[in-house]
Design a protein around this ligand. Structure first.
Ligand SMILES: [Zn+2]
Length: 550
């Protein structure tokens, strides 16, 4: 560390609205104090510690507005079965990974890709596991192979729907064993998983995550443990959400833990993949069901009112059109109760909000409700032959995740991964938002990038007008990227009327065309503190070492 507390980055390409040709940026005490060209930068900051960026791209670090830390970390640290090609390889992998005293969780087997589709018997799995409780989820996460030692923890599972004495478990039996497997995780396993998650986030250029915790997801102990880790210096910021309705105990918890909101995964409905998102008309591939709705408008409105009055953000997991309709009606009721001004000032949010009409978007914008959306869902499941089209038919599916419409109606967007549902990979999220599977529903690269940076801070209630931009006065949250030549592109015809003209001097972004190599993260910095440095050799990034300033 130099005697000066100012760091001057030079020789880079700095993404800042104040100067599209900026190559230099000065940071003092964790705050951006100046952005411009190298020569004036050196003249103005003669005592600064100078870091030459050698042409790297410097941009606001990402915010991932919807994650599940422990679960993602378990995927990152656990056994990956996506590469096994027959029962023998699966058993060998389990034998090698099983550790006495710890439950073994692994994921990703897909017998349809195996050289022989025969699954291992429970006796074979027990033999390989050596008495360890084992939970091996299939690639689609809707069934699992389990060992007898795991079943011993839940005697009722044998009577549950979907139980099989020898094959994979599905439905209720699967859900019961999954709960038991996660409940059996030791505190050490959990800490390893959470640390792995935080490291992976920092390594992906993410400076802040919105952890969507809740009583039905990972429980209070899990969230407390995560917040303790996140309080260590040099970590990614964890903005905690708790998916529970407002009552005395949840509001107490909000105050005690500094929860940003009672929301995130507060479920109004389920998900399209499992036919549990609430629809106004039946599923195309399951005409016997319209899904599941867990909360009605009155209950949702009471929650919004209680949160508004308590100064806590309210939010909901909402996907299907029937669920969105219920939520919009609830906000109308809440507006009648607290008035437009109080409701809009509270800045509530909706997560996923996949099936929303233009009229509903207008109303949500008027109530200043942010949409926390996951573009990777569309990349995975959108398009004419994707899962959405199978569930809903091509017509209904084409209306899903209408990012350009939401933006045009004035709804603020925040992008997220819902990790571990999709990977922690913000540039892929930006690319998916631009190259939407439904023509016309994508947004410009600039709008998508802003929604994954500034938009995330805004969704968490940071409305100072600078956080998430590299402008003087902003916290120095940035990432340094190895990136191709920058471009200013508006590939989607419908967004051109409101996105920036390429001829104007706006800051460029790396190319995001399908197939283009995405930027790789060199360094991630939170308020001037390095939280990730590529190639750090202790195997933990910069996170566990003494943080350095940059
Ligand atoms: Zn979630």
């Amino acid at each position: 560390m130099s005697s000066s507390n100012t760091t001057l980055l030079v020789g880079g390409r700095v993404h800042t609205p104040s100067s599209p040709d900026a190559t230099a940026m000065a940071v003092t005490d964790g705050t951006v104090v100046w952005v411009g060209q190298d020569r004036p930068g050196r003249a103005l900051h003669p005592d600064a510690e100078v870091i030459d960026l050698d042409g790297a791209f410097v941009a606001p670090a990402f915010v991932d507005a919807h994650v599940h830390a422990t679960n993602t970390g378990l995927h990152l640290t656990g056994l990956d079965l996506t590469g096994v090609r027959d029962a023998g390889e699966l058993l060998a992998a389990v034998r090698a990974a099983a550790t006495p005293g710890e439950v073994l969780l692994a994921h990703g087997w897909d017998e349809t890709c195996w050289t022989s589709p025969r699954l291992p018997s429970r006796a074979e799995l027990d033999d390989a596991a050596g008495g360890v409780p084992v939970y091996l989820s299939r690639v689609d996460v809707h069934s699992a192979l389990v060992s007898s030692a795991l079943l011993d923890l839940i005697p009722d599972a044998v009577r549950a729907e979907g139980y099989s004495p020898d094959g994979p478990l599905t439905r209720a039996a699967h859900h019961a064993t999954r709960r038991a497997a996660y409940a059996a995780i030791t505190p050490e396993q959990r800490e390893r998983a959470q640390r792995a998650f935080l490291r992976a986030a920092a390594a992906a250029g993410v400076v802040s995550v919105h952890e969507c915790a809740g009583p039905d997801i990972c429980g209070e102990d899990d969230l407390r443990a995560l917040l303790r880790l996140a309080a260590e210096p040099g970590q990614v910021e964890v903005v905690p959400y708790w998916g529970a309705l407002a009552d005395e105990s949840s509001l107490d918890l909000a105050r005690e833990l500094g929860l940003r909101g009672l929301g995130g995964d507060l479920f109004v409905d389920g998900a399209l993949g499992s036919h549990t998102a609430a629809l106004s008309a039946p599923y195309t591939d399951r005409p016997d069901t319209t899904g599941a709705r867990y909360l009605d408008a009155r209950t949702i409105a009471d929650h919004v009112v209680a949160c508004t009055e308590a100064g806590v953000q309210a939010g909901f997991h909402v996907i299907g059109d029937a669920a969105v309709t219920e939520v919009v009606e609830a906000f109308r009721l809440a507006e009648q109760a607290v008035g437009h001004r109080a409701l809009a000032s509270a800045g509530h949010r909706l997560d996923h909000v996949e099936m929303v009409t233009q009229e509903q978007a207008t109303a949500l914008a008027r109530w200043n409700v942010t949409a926390s959306v996951q573009p990777a869902f569309d990349a995975l499941w959108g398009g004419a032959d994707g899962m959405y089209a199978t569930r809903l038919g091509a017509d209904r599916a084409a209306g899903l995740n209408p990012f350009s419409m939401l933006a045009a109606e004035g709804v603020s967007l925040a992008l997220g991964s819902d990790a571990p549902v999709t990977p922690l990979d913000p540039w892929s999220g930006v690319r998916a938002a631009v190259h939407h599977r439904t023509p016309g529903s994508g947004i410009s690269a600039r709008a998508a990038f802003n929604a994954h940076t500034r938009g995330g801070h805004r969704a968490a209630g940071v409305n100072d007008g600078v956080t998430g931009s590299l402008v003087p006065g902003a916290p120095a949250h940035y990432a340094v990227w190895d990136a191709d030549e920058l471009v200013v592109a508006t590939p989607d015809s419908r967004v051109q009327r409101w996105s920036t003209d390429p001829r104007s001097r706006v800051p460029g972004l790396p190319p995001l065309d399908p197939g283009a190599a995405l930027p790789t993260c060199v360094r991630t910095v939170r308020a001037g503190t390095v939280i990730h440095e590529a190639g750090a050799t202790d195997g933990s990034g910069a996170a566990s070492a003494a943080p350095t300033r940059a």
